[in-house]
Design a protein. Structure first.
Length: 309
């Protein structure tokens, strides 16, 4: 529990940095940001001496597949974060991911003839209610485009989690984790095959070629983000390896609550970046929505999802 809590706390800090770096005066383009992130996964190969097994076919396939899908899930999540309030986008993406896993698990339970419990229905209701509260207000939300990004990102991240857990089933933590990072790196390289992504990446040369204070601070913030996010990812992945992925996912409400607190505070200093609507009514709305999502995720993690992950 402590491992997962610490991991999600660090991920919350990284999510807030993501919003800051995705502003036009910093890195800007989500594809460029995702490409840079794929390069920072190379240091994770330092885990190779700690139990890594070079070739277990199933572990390689599921691990690399997980990382590849995860990279594209992050790319789409960056698009959603860039166009909306981070305190809305991050929880909605998280609940979309849980929602896909939960619905899949419910289908599995239903097809097995076991039936759906009242807890399952209550969990699904809380997830839907919390998501609606977050999705129907705030600034910077551009209707269907934002919702599509949230749903696509949530779906991709859900698939990545399932594949990663399968990789762990066939290997140990170091093996599955390292192969997933190979997949993330491969996903970053594959961005060059998409013209719009390739243009965004190659055009960054003009932005970062000349020295300057802003470029230096952007680099420092990016490295800090990767440190926080990298350690957070390791801890969450390690928690998944130690126990149930559903229990770990159930604690993700910690991240959403902390993102809300951090983003609200920073919106006072950087209103042109975070654009958080901090009126009394909107604050109450967000807090209530995050509580509903946290409860829904917790119930889902201890109900239908247990039959799937």
């Amino acid at each position: 529990m402590i491992v997962a809590f610490t991991g999600y706390s660090l991920n919350a800090v990284a999510s807030v940095f993501d919003k800051f770096l995705l502003s036009e005066k910093r890195i800007g383009a989500p594809a460029l940001y995702a490409f840079f992130l794929s390069l920072t996964n190379l240091p994770f190969f330092a885990l190779i001496p700690f139990g890594f097994v070079l070739f277990i076919p199933s572990a390689v396939a599921f691990g690399v597949g997980s990382g590849f899908v995860f990279l594209y899930g992050l790319l789409v999540s960056y698009q959603a974060i860039k166009r909306s309030e981070v305190s809305r986008a991050v929880p909605l993406i998280g609940v979309a991911s849980v929602g896909f896993l939960f619905l899949l698990s419910l289908c599995t339970v239903f097809l097995s003839g076991k039936g759906i419990s009242l807890t399952d229905v209550l969990a699904l209701g809380l997830l839907v209610a919390g998501a609606i509260l977050l999705a129907t207000g705030g600034h910077g939300i551009n209707g269907p485009g934002f919702i599509r990004s949230v749903l696509l990102s949530g779906g991709l991240l859900a698939v990545a989690m399932v594949l990663l857990k399968e990789s762990y089933h066939f290997s140990d933590f170091a093996t599955g984790f390292v192969w997933s990072k190979v997949g993330v790196f491969a996903g970053g390289m594959s961005l060059f095959f998409v013209p719009s992504f390739r243009e965004a990446i190659l055009s960054s040369h003009d932005r970062f070629s000349s020295p300057g204070k802003r470029k230096t601070t952007t680099g420092i913030y990016f490295l800090l983000t990767q440190v926080f996010g990298g350690i957070g990812t390791i801890l969450v992945s390690y928690a998944v390896w130690l126990g149930s992925a559903t229990f770990v996912q159930g604690m993700s409400g910690v991240q959403y609550g902390l993102v809300f607190v951090f983003a609200t505070v920073l919106s006072i200093r950087y209103p042109y970046i975070f654009r958080e609507h901090i009126s009394h009514r909107e604050t109450v709305r967000k807090v209530f929505a995050i509580v509903l999502l946290a409860l829904g995720i917790w119930l889902a993690s201890n109900a239908g999802l247990d039959g799937f992950l």
